[in-house]
Design a protein around this ligand. Structure first.
Ligand SMILES: *[C@@H]1O[C@H](CO)[C@@H](O)[C@H](O)[C@H]1NC(C)=O
Ligand SMILES: *[C@@H]1O[C@H](CO)[C@@H](O)[C@H](O)[C@H]1NC(C)=O
Ligand SMILES: *[C@@H]1O[C@H](CO)[C@@H](O)[C@H](O)[C@H]1NC(C)=O
Ligand SMILES: *[C@@H]1O[C@H](CO)[C@@H](O)[C@H](O)[C@H]1NC(C)=O
Ligand SMILES: *[C@@H]1O[C@H](CO)[C@@H](O)[C@H](O)[C@H]1NC(C)=O
Length: 391
């Protein structure tokens, strides 16, 4: 054999060794399936086919979305798949402006080991639908959620941007072990129903190092959710981080084990909130902590509202949701109103809360803040400004 032949065979062996080394990762570029990122072409079919093929690949599949603006209708990416999938989006996915007629725009269902990353955008193009909703009072069931994870396990959403959703930006429903890290969500302060992240019927959820600015709740934690940690996240504008609303439906499952830590709120309606409707539906909220929170101009920095009534027609009575073991620790900053701590609990099911080291002042030297208590018991310790009203 010649020297040249030797070199070639060594190269061949090296190439084979490397390709085995990456364990059969296969790339599925949406452009190879016909997607065109020119802002006009409808790439729905191309995205759907690339998912269908990636989902059949036995090992790791990477769906590659290069830079460009891809116009897309509803997409249902359904599993279970043969191997883990990385949805690597470096482009801008754009929803059609018209109502999409379904409750999601992009949905991943029955997936395990999915990663969504790549630094790109999901643009819900919601502004026309917001106007419609504000003119029209019919139910809002079909305001599509930008990104829905339905019964997904072991999934990461990382380094991704969400703007101007029609309904919520992200919803986790029936999920287990999901981490959301370093994302941004951005919609105008006056956009209706544009929640940042809704979490329902899910467990082992982590949200970290993210920035959420929107017209409704930054994060809401809904019935049947357990073991949620939210850290290093900024909210504002928006309606704060909420547990609930609870009590709308009978037989709701409890919310348990939620920790919100090292987060801040700037120009928000609420800071940390628990809200329940005043219905006879039973339910439970327990083992919740809000810790090391900075509030910079929230109307209601700390609030439990068991008489939640966002419109004019609400059930009237006493909430039957039991709220237990809720801790507010090291919460400081500026309240937009003088009632900085507001506990409006149910006469039927008084709340049990603990406050420790609270330091909230009213605007820029507008005077003292106060606490307001209805049907709340528990303990207050450390610094308390406003003075505690817990008995
Ligand atoms: C997710 O986990 C649940 C409970 O562990 C399991 O029943 C379900 O089949 C899993 N789903 C997928 C898509 O792997
Ligand atoms: C949670 O999911 C991640 C992948 O996102 C995985 O690496 C990790 O092992 C999972 N943890 C558990 C406890 O299953
Ligand atoms: C949340 O934090 C607690 C306490 O640090 C930890 O025990 C738990 O495993 C964490 N859960 C998740 C989903 O990160
Ligand atoms: C808000 O929180 C973020 C993330 O933890 C942090 O980077 C930022 O400095 C904080 N801002 C204020 C005003 O506390
Ligand atoms: C406080 O926040 C509200 C919105 O909630 C905003 O309209 C107002 O300008 C803010 N005030 C300051 C001093 O930033």
């Amino acid at each position: 054999m010649t020297r040249k032949g030797d070199v070639l065979s060594v190269l061949l062996i090296l190439i084979m060794w490397f390709s085995q080394g990456v364990k059969g990762v296969k790339f599925f570029n949406v452009k190879d399936f016909g997607a065109i990122g020119d802002d006009h072409f409808d790439s729905t079919k191309a995205f759907q086919s690339s998912w269908n093929e990636a989902c059949k690949w036995r090992e790791k599949a990477v769906i590659e979305i290069p830079r460009g603006n891809y116009l897309l209708r509803n997409l249902l990416f359904q599993g279970p798949c043969m191997g883990p999938i990385n949805f690597h989006n470096s482009g801008t996915l754009k929803a059609h402006k018209i109502n999409l007629g379904l409750n999601y725009w992009v949905e991943f269902r029955y997936v395990d080991g999915l990663a969504i990353n790549g630094g790109g955008y999901f643009d819900g193009q919601g502004s026309e639908s917001w106007l419609k909703i504000m003119e029209d009072t019919t139910p809002m069931n079909f305001l599509p959620i930008t990104l829905m994870l339905d019964f997904a396990n072991n999934t990461r959403i990382e380094n991704m941007n969400f703007i101007n959703s029609k309904g919520s930006h992200i919803k986790l429903n029936g999920c287990k072990n999901i981490s959301v890290n370093q994302i941004t969500i951005l919609a105008p302060e006056n956009s209706p129903n544009t929640d940042g992240i809704n979490i329902a019927l899910s467990r082992q959820i982590q949200v970290s190092n993210s920035k959420i600015s929107t017209g409704d709740d930054c994060i809401s934690i809904l019935p049947g959710t357990e073991d949620v940690n939210i850290t290093g996240t900024r909210c504002g504008p928006g309606h704060g981080i909420s547990i609930g609303s609870m009590g709308l439906d009978p037989n709701e499952l409890a919310v348990k084990g939620v920790n919100v830590k090292n987060c801040n709120f700037t120009n928000t309606q609420n800071g940390v909130r628990i809200k329940t409707w005043a219905t006879k539906n039973i339910g439970k909220v327990a083992h919740i902590s809000f810790e090391s929170i900075v509030v910079n101009n929230a109307s209601n920095p700390i609030i439990i509202d068991q008489n939640y009534c966002p419109s004019h027609q609400c059930p009237k009575g006493d909430s039957h949701i039991q709220i237990n073991d809720v801790k507010f620790v090291d919460i400081m900053g500026v309240s937009q109103t003088y009632v900085a701590v507001n506990f409006r609990c149910s006469k039927y099911k008084p709340c049990e809360v603990e406050t420790r080291n609270i330091n909230l002042k009213y605007g820029s030297n507008k005077g003292p803040t106060i606490s307001s208590c209805f049907n709340v018991k528990g303990v207050a310790s450390g610094y308390q400004k406003p003075p505690s009203c817990i008995s």
